[in-house]
Design a protein. Sequence first.
Length: 189
Amino acid sequence: MSEPATPPFGPYVFDIADNEAAAAAARFGLRLALGGGATRARLVALVAFVLVLAFAATLALAGRVTRRHGEEAVIAAAAVFMANGAASRWRLRRLRREAISAIAAMRVAAPLRARVDPSGIEFMSTIPPRRWNFAECAEAEEAGGILYLWPRDGAPALVPTRILAGEEAQRLLAYMRAGIAGGRGRPLA
């Protein structure tokens, strides 16, 4: 007996609940921030502040600059560090709003109809239909009751595990991971 050409998954018809949308938006916003180097930028600012602080204190204590000039350097460094922190928070808020908008756009057409085929997942009820090819995705994961298929750029495909019976969520996750790992540019056989 030959294997079927299509995987034994779906089609799935589901709504993304408010709590699932909020969790997905938060996760997507965090991934956007971390992928954009938010942690690294904040760490660089902290290291620069500590170095300026140490340098100004060393020069003032050694008598190379006056105490007043040392204090002014510390105050200026603190102001720059705080401004950097405010800019980081504004950037995180902007990324969170973008993530919320992307997830909300997916929820416009309810209920969603998802179909898994050998090369990816397609949401057929969105306008226009959205497709995530495994070859163009970076990762598949399960977190908080949602299966995520993360593309290299853009919003993830979401499949709530509550709609999947028994071990189907883990089988679908394994299938998506296999598609990403082995299907780069080729559909799964």
